[in-house]
Design a protein around this ligand. Structure first.
Ligand SMILES: *Cc1c(COP(=O)(O)O)cnc(C)c1O
Length: 502
């Protein structure tokens, strides 16, 4: 399988090369030249596979230059129970209503869905170095809206041949998320708070990646950058697996028959998670509508409705901070397929986005988009209502991001009356966003005067579920990272951290 850049100005590469580079040198994203297609018989043979077996099958279709034995070993290590994931199923499915199911993606070490990819990515990346004969030390730069940073730090800490530097927006991560990051251990980790919002941090990091002066100094010191953001194909491909797993789990429980359609609802920010669902659908998994749920940063809702992407709007800090994004990087991969793999067209759109802050796709492209996608958004109030409603009807506590998905799904039902079974991607543990979740269920008086840790214990009582170990332990951890930086100073700071400044 070869990977091409969505901007078409570099040659096609192997999976190992695509994963090693993270982003293509022309600024595009590497994406498969063809999406592999499964037959009905192949799908039928997947119903009884374990998560790890399923992951080996699916990743094997995409990472064709990785030896199968290596893939199996890496997958075994990444998804080990109970060392890495708190569920032997890795991503278990639970029932929250009539034909409504939750795909629980948050049982990894940092309690967010990003663990599923970021526990595996370090293995994929260090193997990629071997396969491509590249001996340079890998420096991972991550801009995070909260969850990627911590998940990447946990994945890469003390991995030989790698260093990781994480930037999070000073305003706009939850207190638990902040604590998780600033207490990070590991010899090769650095965590920086950036003044500004996520887009500021992400843009600053994108500039460092392509700064010729920094790149030249890196080269001289035997260092090379890579990315753990979902622009890296190695981040995206592991996420395809759990849509298959969710579907197969519903078949095993006789809630679906193989071939029945299943709608998928995904709380969306950078468009990575929902793009993985799109790949699963194009591979032949019988998915129906892919419902793209946004918070008040609803640039994707408007885009899916009208075909007009317009980032020129106010940025909102919300209670679902991991979705506070106005430039959804991974949309570029979808555009590439919508445009019939016309990289010139993608370049046009992306340069309009850069210079004018907007672009518009054609009517045919929009019609194609509507075959697969529905877009909606939830306000802060609607998000809180959804948490309360699911708790009252199903006794299940969902986090603020998942609640955005649930709220948009309710709107979808009202608008379409489409009663196809649905799978809601539950992207974080409610304990991670405990203040908002407790406020939704117990009201303002429930949270008043309580610190993070009292709220964890209160939520434990409300939900009847145990506080995840990783979060409970935070109370005893020392703060190890306290640097605060302006976006325009990040390049300098990275050079200081890497000791490549002369
Ligand atoms: C990252 C994240 C999202 C958004 O996922 P994308 O792949 O960026 O669309 C949603 N919810 C949570 C909890 C996240 O951490």
């Amino acid at each position: 399988m070869r990977y091409v850049s969505t901007r078409g100005q570099v040659p096609a590469v192997s999976a190992a090369e695509a994963i090693r580079q993270g982003i293509a040198a022309d600024g595009g994203l590497y994406t498969p030249e063809q999406i592999p297609r499964l037959t009905e018989a192949e799908l039928g043979a997947m119903v009884n596979l374990s998560y790890q077996e399923l992951a080996s099958k699916i990743l094997g279709l995409y990472l064709t230059d990785y030896p199968a034995d290596d893939l199996r070993r890496m997958i075994g290590a990444a998804y080990a129970f109970p060392e890495k994931f708190g569920s032997p199923e890795v991503t278990p499915v639970t029932v929250i209503g009539d034909r409504q199911y939750l795909l629980e993606l948050y049982h990894g070490p940092t309690c967010a869905f990003k663990d599923v990819a970021l526990q595996l990515l370090p293995h994929l990346l260090t193997k990629a170095s071997q396969l491509t004969g590249d001996i340079r030390e890998i420096v991972i730069l991550v801009a995070t809206s909260g969850d990627t940073g911590k998940a990447a730090l946990e994945g890469f800490k003390d991995v030989p041949g790698t260093r990781i530097i994480v930037f999070f927006p000073e305003e706009g991560v939850s207190r638990i998320q902040r604590l998780q990051m600033i207490t990070q251990e590991g010899q090769n980790t650095a965590v920086i708070a950036v003044e500004g919002n996520f887009d500021d941090a992400q843009n600053a990091v994108k500039q460092i990646f392509t700064d010729p002066d920094i790149l030249e100094k890196m080269e001289r010191h035997g260092l090379t950058f890579s990315s753990a953001n979902s622009i890296n194909w190695g981040r995206l491909v592991p996420q395809i697996v759990y849509y298959f797993y969710g579907y197969m789990a519903l078949c095993r429980e006789h809630r679906l028959k193989m071939g029945d359609p299943l709608n998928v609802v995904v709380p969306t920010g950078n468009f990575g998670n929902i793009l993985a669902a799109y790949f699963a659908k194009k591979m032949g998994l019988p998915l129906g509508k892919l419902i793209c749920a946004s918070n008040s940063n609803n640039v994707l809702t408007d885009f899916i409705k009208t075909g007009h992407y317009d980032r020129k709007r106010d940025f909102h800090l919300t209670i679902s901070p991991s979705m506070d994004i106005l430039i959804s990087s991974n949309l570029e991969r979808l555009l590439f397929y919508l445009a019939g793999q016309d990289a010139g067209q993608v370049r046009d759109w992306m340069s309009q986005l850069k210079s004018q802050g907007e672009y518009r796709i054609g009517d045919d492209d929009l019609a194609k988009l509507h075959e697969d996608f529905y877009g909606g958004f939830a306000t802060e109030g609607e998000t809180m209502d959804a948490i309360r409603a699911v708790y009252r009807s199903a006794g299940k506590v969902i986090d603020t991001h998942t609640a955005v998905g649930q709220s948009v799904y309710q709107r979808y039902l009202r608008e379409t009356d489409d009663r196809t079974p649905m799978l809601l991607a539950s992207t974080a543990s409610p304990f991670k966003f405990n203040a908002s979740v407790v406020r939704a269920i117990a009201g303002e008086e429930g949270v008043a005067g309580k610190d993070e840790f009292e709220l964890l214990r209160l939520l434990e009582r409300i939900s009847g579920e145990a506080i995840p170990e990783a979060l409970e332990g935070l109370e005893r951890k020392a703060v190890r990272h306290q640097t605060l930086c302006k976006p325009e100073r990040l390049g300098e700071l990275v050079q200081e951290l890497l000791k490549i400044k002369e």
